[in-house]
Design a protein around this ligand. Structure first.
Ligand SMILES: [Zn+2]
Length: 309
């Protein structure tokens, strides 16, 4: 880490503050050093002064072993041009001065040209549309940016593999979001994605299976335990019931009860068992509705748990 001169401040950032007079530590008389915007004693580590802005140049570049300047945010898969678009502003220059009329007219023409040149092909325009749709779905589902990046990357790969042709952009975008949730371990069902999408649950499932089969996605198996917190919250169960249901889910997996079963059904069976153990009032039908399985499934998973665990 490079070192900066002690108390090196630029003129406009010292307002309202007086610079400390001493250059040695008030506690132990050790030498002071300023590093990363923080002035501390090199001997005892006492922090004398904190300073928000670090003026030293950062390590340039986001790509390893490559000399790149730091300009703007890192590249993202979430935008069709990976976030490298040009934006031409309006009527004022960088210093806030009003532009003369001739220059404004020129900028207007440039803006039009830029808008027309933004898409190099129909495929790129479609990709832009899909990226926008993915961002909208991820936002509506309140999922983190990592899902958006992953879904956009999957969609991009699918487009390169010619999987989008003949299918709707919206359903493939929804399928990519569902795939990103599955691969990232987020407990979001296909019907939850379909609720915020224009596509039906079947279309989302179908798009996901196309992506899964053709692109060989590394989808981990859903564990019943991962579905329980959301299910328990949806049924207003107490933390004790949820805790017991998680225990039962682990036991059910260990006993092989989850093999070949719908994880949502196993989770619902575990939750119902926990509810009945704690004299809860939640019915099988309520749990079945929250888990999107039939009441019969809940009942038979419940029976299996009673017999085997
Ligand atoms: Zn000191």
């Amino acid at each position: 880490m490079s070192q900066r001169a002690i108390y090196g401040r630029s003129f406009d950032e010292t307002d309202g503050q007086t610079l400390p007079a001493e250059t040695t530590c008030p506690e132990c008389d050790g030498a002071l050093r300023t590093e990363g915007g923080e002035t501390s004693c090199s001997v005892c580590g006492l922090i004398i002064d904190e300073y928000r802005i670090d003026h030293q140049g950062g390590v340039g570049g986001y790509v390893d072993d490559e000399e790149t300047e730091r300009t703007g945010p890192p590249l993202t898969f979430g935008r069709h041009d990976r976030g490298l678009s040009t934006t031409i502003g309006w009527n004022r220059d960088a210093k806030g001065n009003t532009l003369p009329a001739a220059k404004r007219r020129r900028l207007n023409r440039q803006r039009t040209q830029n808008r027309r040149a933004k898409w190099r092909s129909k495929a790129e325009r479609n990709l832009g549309h899909a990226c926008f749709e993915i961002a909208r779905l991820v936002s509506a589902l309140e999922l983190p940016t990592v899902v958006r990046e992953s879904a956009s990357k999957t969609y991009r790969t699918a487009q390169q593999a010619d999987l989008i042709t003949g299918r709707s952009i919206e359903s493939m975008a929804a399928g990519a979001v569902y795939a990103a949730c599955r691969c990232g371990g987020f407990a979001v069902s296909a019907s939850a994605v379909a609720d915020v999408s224009v596509s039906s649950t079947d279309h989302v499932q179908h798009a996901y299976s196309v992506l899964n089969v053709e692109l060989s996605l590394e989808t981990p198996v859903i564990q019943p335990g991962s579905l329980i917190p959301k299910l328990a919250t949806g049924c207003d169960c107490s933390p004790q019931v949820q805790h017991r249901a998680l225990e039962l889910a682990t036991q059910a997996v260990d006993a092989g009860l989850a093999n070949g079963r719908n994880p949502a059904g196993v989770a619902a069976g575990c939750l119902y068992t926990a509810v009945s153990e704690h004299d809860g009032v939640t019915t099988q039908a309520e749990i079945a509705a929250a888990a999107e399985v039939s009441v019969e499934t809940v009942r038979s998973r419940y029976q299996e748990l009673q017999d085997r665990v």
